[in-house]
Write a protein that binds this ligand. Structure first.
Ligand SMILES: [Fe+2]
Length: 295
């Protein structure tokens, strides 16, 4: 008889950063500065961007022949989690020292279905929160006035300072296999599962199971794009139909948190006036209730 126990889960703590390759790094550099990142390390052919939170970086951009997704990185609870990952995840590297800002140890593995890279990090040195002094505003309502009489609010159109990485999502080629892998090997649980008209699950939004600790609605979502007509998908989950373009794996988007709705709206205007392409927004999602703006 073989061992029928479920595998020990690798304990994820939070999502930290994401890797992309850009065919035009200079265009990417300017966009991300306008978007609201700051550059923490410029290697010439690669850039590390950070927000104003504690993460030493949140976005790595490197130059390459084509625009590609290089995977996202989760912080794990212990060195033992990294060792378990290295020993048991598909095509995992040994536990290695990370040369990225903040250092620490890292393991990279390959998604078992679509072969994209994913990263796990432990022992990063965090940085102090830095950057803008952003106040928590008092909002007035018809029946409740929270702001002192004659207290003004003055705004400037500008990039929205990014606080931290929030979530990312992918179009996968086999939903059931992908779902099985991430929910059995990691402390990831569905906040929402969306099925098609036959009852087959085709989309999920996964949160981190951190016990009684409050966590975001999702850190990682994925969907099987081929089976869902764009219009149906849009009505069900409110995602843009460009995500359902084909059978191939692709990243849908990575998202980053900003301070509040005012800051987000000001950056929206800033990016519009710079001539960037708006994909969708500003709006509010149904399932996770978060306010979005896709560029
Ligand atoms: Fe999102």
């Amino acid at each position: 008889m073989g061992d029928q126990r479920p595998p020990q889960k690798i304990r994820l703590v939070r999502l930290a950063h994401v890797y992309y390759t850009h065919s035009d790094l200079e265009v990417a550099r300017q966009f991300f500065l306008d978007f609201g990142f700051t550059i923490v390390s410029d290697l010439g052919d690669a850039l590390y961007f950070k927000g104003y939170g504690v993460d030493p970086f949140v976005y790595y951009a490197t130059a390459g022949p084509a625009n590609t997704f290089g995977g996202a990185a989760f912080i794990v609870e212990s060195l033992a989690d990294l060792e378990l990952a290295s020993a048991t995840l598909p095509n995992a590297t040994p536990v290695e020292d990370s040369a990225a800002p903040g250092g620490g140890k890292r393991v990279t593995f390959r998604d078992p279905v679509d072969d994209f890279p994913m990263h796990l990090v432990f022992g990063q040195t965090l940085v102090p929160k830095s950057g803008p002094q952003l106040t928590e505003r008092d909002y007035n309502y018809p029946d409740t006035k929270n702001r002192a009489v004659n207290k003004t609010q003055r705004f400037k159109k500008a990039p929205a300072p990014v606080h931290k990485m929030w979530h990312f999502g992918c179009c996968v080629t086999d939903f059931a296999k992908t779902y099985g892998f991430y929910t059995t090997r990691f402390n990831l649980k569905p906040s929402d599962l969306v099925h098609d008209s036959t009852g087959k699950d085709i989309t999920t939004f996964l949160h981190l199971d951190r016990g009684m600790e409050a966590v975001d609605h999702h850190m990682f979502f994925f969907f099987e794009g081929m089976l869902v007509p764009g219009e149906l998908f849009r009505r069900m989950v409110g995602l843009h139909d460009m995500c359902c373009a084909g059978p191939k794996f692709h990243v849908h988007h990575s998202s980053f948190e900003v301070h509040d709705f005012d800051i987000q709206s000001l950056d929206h205007q800033w990016l519009r006036e710079k001539g960037y392409d708006l994909v969708w927004g500003v709006g509010r999602h149904v399932l996770g209730s978060q306010i979005f703006d896709y560029w």
